[in-house]
Design a protein around this ligand. Sequence first.
Ligand code: A3P
Length: 300
Amino acid sequence: MAEQNSTPDFVRPVLVPIEGVQIQSNFAANWDRVKVFQAKPDDLLIATYPKAGTTWVSEIVDLINNKGDTEKCKRAPTHERVAFLEFGAPKPLPIGVEQAAKMPSPRMIKTHLPYQLVPKSFWEQNCKVIYVARNAKDNVVSYYHFDKMNRIQSNPGTWEEYFENFIEGNVSFGSWYDHVKNWWENKDRHRILYMFYEDMKKDLRKEILRVVHFLEKELPDEIIDKIVHHTTFEVMKENPMANYSSLAGAGFLDHKMSHFMRKGSVGDWKNYFTVAQNERFDADYKKKMEGAMLKFVTEL
Ligand code: A3P
C-alpha cells in the first residue's frame, strides 16, 4: 500500500468518453457490467453530480431508515453502507457492482451517472431515486479540491485549467449543465425526489422532512431533531463513519491536501473565482442554461 505522501501505487486515470460523457478510466473500465446492473425494487438510488452532497443525503437516508439510531449508523463507514455503482479502482479495492451484489436489501446505492446512462433496470424496477443538485460555482470548487486530494481521480491540473475543463465538461461525469438539466427534465417520469444542496443548508429540517415523506416513513419530532443535529456539517465532519477518514489507510485520499468534509458552505466559490472568471462563467452559464426551468442560488 502507498504511504500518505507517496504516489507510485496510484496512477491518475485519464478521461474516457462513454456514450459521449467523459468518465475516468477506472470507472469506464467497468462500463459493460454497470450497464447491465440488475436493480431491485427496494433499492434506493442516490444520484448526484460529484460533490453535490452525496454523503450528506446518504447519512440522512440511513438515519431515517434506522429511526434516528446514530449508533446503528456508525456500524460502518459511508462507503460500506452505500454501494458506489460505477466505482472502479486498481486492485485490491472492490468494484461497485460487486459490492452492491453482496449487500443485503434494502440497498442504498449511489451514482454520479448522468440520467441517460443510469442502468435501465432502475427504471424497470420503479426504484426510488434521490437526486441532489448543487450550484455550479460551489460544485466546481469542491470538485477541484476533491480531485486534488484523491489520487484515484484524474489529474486536476491548476485551478485555471480545472475551471475551463469544468465549463467544457472535460471532468469525470462530464457536463454539470447537462447533468442537472437532464435529471430535472426527467424527474416526473419516475419516482425521483430532486433536492438542492442550498435548500439543505438553508433549512435542513424541512429538507429532511421531504426525504421522510418520500421514503414513506413517519418519525416523531424528537427523532427528526436528532437527525438534523447529526447531519449538520459540524457533526458529520467529526464523525469518522461519515467523513471518509476511515479510508486514510488505503493511501489514495490525502487529507493533508484537503479534507473530504472541507467547508460545507454556500458561496465559498467567491474565495476562488477571479472577477474575470466570474464574468466568463456567468456569460457561459446563461447560454448553457437558457430555457431551463432550473434555478440555483449561489449565496444564502
Ligand atoms: P465542500 O468541498 O464544499 O466542503 P459529496 O458527498 O457529493 O462528495 O459532496 C461533498 C461536499 O458536500 C463537500 O463540500 C462536503 O463538505 C459537503 N458536505 C458533506 N456533508 C455535509 C453537511 N452535513 N453539510 C454541508 N455540507 C456537507
